[in-house]
Design a binder for this molecule. Structure first.
Ligand code: NAP
Length: 544
């Protein structure tokens, strides 16, 4: 400190006592605040970003849009809200989804409960009072009976550990922390690292703007054309005119989307029939069209191969250079076991003269210098770098907060051998803590909005159940947590998912314990189970 600097002032501590603290202002946090406030609870909420939106606040990269049709990727809790909002595209882009969430915040007057630009830095359960002590980087301390974490499942960014990356002199952005001002790549040489859902959305748009684009691909992904355009008027009409029926269908479906569940194996139909089914579904433009064509696609490698072969054929058809096409063809893992992608012109982008694909399996990145990415064979000069390198999914945002439960035990200690939870929503030893979209919930493998509504409503019902009976805490038992966590892994073990290195398995983060993170038993089945738990007086919980 220089002699003239003012002395550092201690953080101002404002003690507030509320029924519930909520963290996050995305789809989860907004609805949690709305629901809990509506039930008459006092609520304080915090959001690290400067406004509402969560994922859709941070992910402003070119091409960011939902890959579940907007007519379903939106709240169902209020018919009027649904009726008054018109989506302009089948798959809305980030600015429109952000506007929707801002509209929701205004319509239900939710902003007044939030403190923005404020990160929750710690949360500890006080066993003597049965309350959570929640601390923020603004120096605020809140005492809350219940703590609802709506911190997102894909919000903890994974930055690549590449030698020299800190020396890069040009502009560098992770897609999940994109600047609010549009980034102009005109006349610049851009490098994109990562070809998951994000990279696949961003690459075609960056290619159109940049002078030259180099894509650094470690693992190719399977992507289907989105065939984006205007929303289907019939679906939009039905969503409003048959609001209750459609909402019920979404809630009881397998993935929180409308589809006719497949009844046949891919192997019990002729090759011709299979092909015409895949062709129709390739033309349809949905994330799960081909994956849901037959009932054994993620359970039987041979069935899966039929779809994977079909997609590889399409890639070879679209991409002119046979070597580039070959490099873009995913191999070595089953289609769908890395989350599939939906794109707008992704593969055709590689037919441009100003776009180059670097296959990192052949020539790995060795280091990054001030103005280049150096692979094992040569230097790739770049003026700007885009890191589409993903997230420490599902557990990362919760562990960043690392709540302290009973006996001073941290969540990071509890999850040292891998995430475990009861219903994906609660953790043994952490009373009154609710992890919306937590590991062990179907969120990551579903239409997240449908799952979020179920998580929030179920949590709110539990809180009301306690209050109505003069009880103060609900805590998952060790047995219930153990059984649910075993069930989550068991259901996954019937599929091909655990064999693939993906973020769903925690495999993208060095040292992360390898467990299957989401619950794959289906949105509807999960909902029915949660309802059963509630009907039995919250079986698996100790209510005190
Ligand atoms: P991701 O699927 O984890 O993909 C990250 C990519 O970066 C992978 O290709 C990965 O390669 C690569 N990568 C990571 N570290 C690298 C390194 N050091 N060197 C080279 N390559 C590296 O992440 P994401 O694309 O951000 O998507 C995450 C999830 O967000 C999606 O699965 C989806 O659920 C969601 N999302 C949804 C939408 C939507 O349309 N609604 C859009 C974007 C994202 P490896 O595969 O070899 O590890």
């Amino acid at each position: 400190m220089s002699p003239t600097s003012p002395p550092a002032s201690p953080p101002t501590t404002v003690e507030a006592t509320v029924d519930a603290a909520v963290v996050g202002a995305g789809f989860s946090g907004l609805y949690a605040v709305h629901r809990l406030h509506d039930l008459g609870l006092s609520v304080r909420a915090f959001e690290a970003g400067g406004g509402v939106g969560g994922t859709w606040y941070w992910n402003r990269y070119p091409g960011a849009r939902c890959d579940i049709e907007s007519v379903y990727y939106s709240y169902s809790f209020d018919r009027e809200l649904t009726a008054e909002w018109q989506w302009s595209e089948r798959y809305a882009a980030q600015p429109e989804i952000l506007r929707y969430l801002e509209h929701v915040a205004d319509r239900f007057d939710l902003r007044r409960h939030f403190t923005f630009d404020t990160r929750v830095t710690g949360a500890a359960f006080d066993e003597t009072t049965g309350r959570w002590r929640v601390e923020t980087d603004g120096g605020e301390v809140v005492s809350a009976r219940h703590l609802v974490l709506g911190v997102g499942l894909l919000s903890q960014r994974a930055l690549p550990d590449i030698e020299g990356i800190g020396d890069f002199a040009g502009e560098i952005h992770h897609t999940g922390a994109w600047p609010h001002q549009a980034v102009d790549f005109t006349g610049r040489r851009v490098g994109v690292i990562g070809t998951g859902s994000t990279g696949i959305q961003a690459i075609p748009l960056i290619a159109r703007q940049a002078e030259h684009l180099t894509v650094f691909q470690r693992t190719p992904n399977f992507s289907l054309p989105a065939r984006n355009g205007s929303p289907d008027p019939e679906k939009s009409r039905r969503r409003i005119d048959e609001f209750d029926a459609v909402t019920e269908q979404l809630r009881t479906s397998s993935y929180g989307i409308l589809l006719d569940p497949p009844t046949r194996s891919a192997l019990e139909v002729s090759a011709e029939e299979r092909r015409s089914t895949y062709e129709a579904r390739w033309a349809e433009g949905t994330l799960t069209g081909i994956l849901q064509a037959y009932n054994d696609m993620v359970r039987n490698q041979e069935a899966n191969d039929t779809a994977a072969d079909f997609i590889r054929e399409r890639i070879r058809e679209i991409v002119a250079d046979p070597q580039v096409a070959d490099d873009l063809c995913p191999r070595g893992y089953a289609y769908g076991t890395k989350r599939p992608c939906l794109d707008s012109g992704y593969y055709a982008t590689y037919n441009r003269d100003d776009v180059e694909l670097v296959n990192l399996r052949r020539t790995p990145i060795e280091r990054i210098t001030g103005d280049a990415v150096v692979t094992s064979d040569r230097e790739h000069p770049v003026d700007a770098l885009v890191l589409a390198t993903g997230y420490d999914a599902q557990t990362g945002p919760l562990l960043a907060l690392d709540p302290v439960g009973r006996g001073g035990r941290r969540l990071s200690a509890h999850w040292e051998q891998g995430a475990r939870s009861y219903l994906g929503l609660t953790v043994a030893g952490f009373p009154n803590l609710y992890t919306i979209c937590g590991p062990g919930s179907p969120s990551a493998l579903s239409n997240a909005v449908v799952s979020i509504e179920q998580h929030v409503e179920w949590t709110a019902d539990l809180i009301v159940h306690l209050a109505d009976r003069g009880l103060t805490t609900a805590e998952a038992t060790d047995v219930a947590e153990k059984e649910w966590s075993a069930h989550v892994q068991e259901v996954a073990s019937y599929t091909l998912y655990p064999q693939t290195d993906s973020w769903l398995m925690g495999a993208n983060i060095p040292g992360k314990p390898r467990v299957f993170l989401p619950y794959i038993g289906g949105v509807g089945a999960y909902r029915a189970h949660c309802d059963q738990v509630a009907a039995e007086g919250y079986a698996g919980f100790e209510l005190a």
